[in-house]
Design a protein around this ligand. Structure first.
Ligand code: NAD
Length: 461
């Protein structure tokens, strides 16, 4: 049984990126008094002005409503943050280190140190960023060094599972809450900080499972969940590879195995693989940390998971060369003189996030092979231009496909899924399509005269 909540604590979220901004806004919506802190002044100015600096369905409206209600504010001042909140959630970025493996904790260190120095009363610092196991203990030491000793500042861990594109729903109605704590006080405080979520569930006749555990387990839950999801995607993509040589259809295979409730049909879509700011970096960081701890062998399979995932990107290049009847030399296929439309730049639909997006990586491979690549995405153009300035971007789907010898659908936006193959067929130079997400109705496209290639599916012309 959870401890009784008492008065609602005031909450601060340090780092107002995808994670922190979504949390700050949603917890204000749940009725908490919230302060969002970031070192990025432009981002804070935008948020304070009522504009979400990234694309997340439903979030703009909640931001404006809660700013207007006076429950939500934003700042770049550590002192103001330290004075304001009882519970401080650390939501800063933990990118991949320059050496490619472990997670870089410089932002976590800066945020915790900056905050701790300014604290003047007892508070709880809760890690939410995705980190290597052991980070909570290290943060405790940092706090011990930088916060005034007599305050008794405590640390806890609460990993985050939100999915971009569904973030509002995931934060307001999470499928579980995990907290790692050492004391009853931290447990009670963190329960009170989440009481709004439990209360909302109660009014909707739902329950949100609460897992209370130690620091190490709480930290590991997050990376274990991501490792499992990445493995599930790479598993079905490995089956796609086998289907490609055996003449099977991975979409039917996935459907058939997915009916087994022990397997389940979610996260079982073969395609160009996973990307984004989390899965790729998290599985690499998890391997690096396990290695440091002497359990490297246990996670060796994650290296294979990564390789399978990256091979799907080169598979699109091979398929393109096949469809365009281009030979491969030792340096790969030569696609010069061809024009290819790439539909999709974000790593998944309903997001403007292009971090490690398979679509952009494939667009880069096609361009490197000499093709004239034209990219279009409904929400990701601005970020894509920054991430890959060398590519050519078009303002609409029609502009991207006009005159194309090949169309590659690499992010499963509804606009692309529902596109009319006849209408698009009028614009292209040749009706050839690679369905990198197996999201198109193959028979519809082939009936409209398209040469269609999916991932892990037999040829259809
Ligand atoms: P992000 O890059 O969108 O945001 C990170 C923010 O931290 C930026 O706004 C940056 O300015 C800010 N920052 C850097 N140093 C700071 C400091 N000293 N003080 C305050 N702010 C500082 O990243 P994100 O996607 O929000 O991810 C944050 C963390 O959450 C990562 O560890 C990530 O793995 C994890 N996570 C992300 C998601 C997701 O879907 N995006 C889901 C679960 C967990």
């Amino acid at each position: 049984t959870p401890p009784s909540g008492g008065a609602r604590p005031r909450l601060a979220f340090l780092g107002t990126g995808y994670l922190g901004a979504t949390y700050a806004i949603c917890f204000a919506e749940l009725g908490y008094e919230v302060l969002g802190f970031d070192v990025d002044e432009a981002k804070i100015a935008k948020l304070a002005g009522g504009a979400v600096p990234f694309h997340e369905p439903g979030l703009d409206e909640l931001l404006r409503r809660n700013l207007a209600a006076g429950r939500l504010r934003f700042t770049t001042s550590y002192k103001e943050t330290a004075d304001f909140a009882d519970v401080h959630f650390i939501c800063v970025g933990t990118p991949q280190r320059a050496d490619g493996m472990g997670a870089d904790l410089v932002y976590v260190e800066a945020a915790v140190t900056g905050l701790a120095q300014h604290l003047t009363r007892k508070a709880l610092i809760v890690g939410k960023s995705t980190v290597p196991v052991g980070t909570a203990e290290w943060i405790e030491q940092l706090v011990g060094k930088h916060a005034p000793a007599d305050l008794g500042v405590e640390v806890a861990w609460s990993p985050e599972f939100l999915q971009e594109g569904f973030a509002v729903e995931d934060v307001l109605r999470p499928n579980r809450i995990v907290i790692g704590v050492k004391t009853e006080w931290a447990n009670a405080m963190l329960y009170a900080a989440h009481k709004g979520v439990f209360d909302l569930a109660a009014t909707e006749d739902r329950e949100v499972p609460l897992v209370v555990t130690d620091f190490a387990t709480a930290e590991l839950v997050k990376v274990a969940a991501n490792a499992f999801l990445a493995t599930k995607i790479s598993f079905i993509n490995a089956m796609a590879e086998v289907c490609e040589v055996a003449g099977g259809d991975v979409t039917q295979l996935a459907r058939a195995i997915g009916y087994d409730p022990r397997i389940g049909n979610r996260f079982l879509q073969a395609g160009v693989g996973f990307g984004g700011g989390c899965l790729p970096k998290d599985i690499r960081a998890f391997q690096a940390r396990a290695q440091e701890l002497g359990a490297g062998e246990a996670l060796r399979f994650l290296h294979e998971v990564d390789l399978i995932n990256l091979r799907r990107r080169t598979r699109v290049l091979t398929l393109a060369a096949e469809l365009l009847d281009r030979r491969s030399g030792p340096a790969g296929p030569d696609l010069s003189g061809t024009r290819i439309a790439v539909l999709g730049a974000t790593f998944k639909p309903n997001s403007d996030d292009v971090r490690d997006a398979p679509s952009l990586a494939v667009a880069g491979l096609l361009a490197k092979a000499g093709a004239d690549v034209r990219v279009y995405d409904p929400e990701g153009m601005e970020n894509a231009r920054i991430a890959q300035p060398d590519l050519t971007y078009e303002p609409s789907m029609a502009d991207a496909v006009r005159g194309a010898d090949l169309v590659c659908v690499l992010t499963e936006w509804a606009d692309f899924r529902n596109a009319d193959p006849n209408a698009i067929g009028e614009l292209v130079a040749a009706r050839r399509v690679i369905d990198g997400r197996n999201c198109l109705d193959a028979s519809l496209w082939t009936h409209a005269g398209w040469e269609y290639r999916g991932m892990g599916r037999p040829e259809r012309t």
